[in-house]
Design a protein around this ligand. Structure first.
Ligand code: C2E
Ligand code: CA
Ligand code: CA
Length: 276
């Protein structure tokens, strides 16, 4: 009986463990990825709707796994959040983005702002503001050339704490953008109390603006709402000329998406910016 039990357990655990093993392997590879310098930032241009010029870039992390090749951030960022690694990875992202932006300026490229995604766990670190201030200081980057992308999930614990932290960041002089707007929980009454500079309309709304009347209504309404609150509005996931025309007509301030460019390695982004 003992043996039967053993076999049953073995059978049961084999399927489970393949999954768990793969995950454990990925996790331990992730723990070593920073020191092994396997991360890279890609940069996707953000375009001013009126002038058509590149006015910024969003930094998006890439992980070159030694055996698996490129692992998507949608896979490893949630994992990094669970095991707390998102804090050192997030610091690396901020430092790398600040260093890169300063290097582009020093090379004589037109000054742009670079935006970075923050995760909720990173945002809630007590030393977030200090660590951003010291990144700016050590690279000599003007705070106005760094934009932080925040999400509604950061408000969940306490709106008061959230606002206090936003004010500290605003005092630092960085730009604050509320990401994935409309997909979360935040109420409109909060929105007017947040010291923000920009709203980002999520690509799930932008995707069908040309064919879906509801998405068109949401996008144009969010744009007007943003403007009446004195915020700039940016649309992400812009892939077609028709979407560009719609966003231009509705006076969305900035656009980002494959229509303009995919996220690019730093070198390629710099040549795009130089040619521009
Ligand atoms: P996100 O913040 O919503 O970033 C936009 C995603 O849409 C990016 O995917 C980008 O490459 C992709 N994208 C850009 N233009 C288009 C388009 O025209 N059409 C479509 N279909 N997609 C487009 P990516 O780079 O794979 O990143 C996925 C997610 O991973 C990001 O979603 C963000 O939540 C997270 N992420 C990426 N980099 C970082 C980072 O440095 N820190 C943190 N905390 N999260 C990051
Ligand atoms: Ca984001
Ligand atoms: Ca998004």
């Amino acid at each position: 009986a003992k043996e039967e039990h053993g076999n049953a357990f073995q059978f049961y655990s084999r399927e489970m463990s393949e999954h768990a093993l793969e995950r454990a392997e990925l996790e331990s590879a992730l723990r070593r990825a920073l020191e092994r310098k396997e991360f890279e930032l890609f940069y996707q241009p953000k375009v001013d709707t009126r002038s058509g010029r590149i006015i910024g870039a969003e930094a998006l992390i890439r992980w070159h796994h030694p055996e698996r090749g490129m692992v998507s951030p949608t896979r490893f960022i949630p994992m990094a959040e669970e095991i707390g690694l998102i804090v050192p990875i997030g610091e690396w992202v901020i430092n790398t983005a600040c260093a890169q932006n300063k290097a582009w300026q020093d090379a004589g490229l037109p000054p742009i702002s670079v935006s970075v995604n923050l995760s909720a766990r990173q945002f809630n670190q007590d030393d977030l503001v200090d660590s951003i201030a010291s990144a700016l200081e050590s690279w000599g980057l003007d705070a106005k050339h760094l934009q932080l992308k925040l999400t509604e999930s950061m408000v969940m614990n306490s709106a008061e704490l959230f606002i206090t932290k936003l004010q500290e960041l605003e005092d630092l002089g960085v730009q604050l953008s509320l990401d994935d707007f409309g997909t979360g929980y935040s109420s409109l009454s909060y929105l007017k109390r947040f010291p923000l500079h920009q709203l980002k309309i999520d690509q799930s709304f932008v995707r069908d603006i040309v064919t879906d009347a509801d998405d068109a209504a949401i996008t144009s309404t969010v744009t007007s709402l943003g403007h009446s609150l004195n915020l700039k509005v940016i649309a992400e996931g812009v892939e077609t000329e028709e979407q560009v025309a719609f966003l231009r007509e509705h006076q969305c301030d900035e656009m980002q998406g494959y229509f303009f460019s995919k996220p690019l390695p730093a070198r390629d982004f710099a040549s795009l910016l130089r040619k521009h």
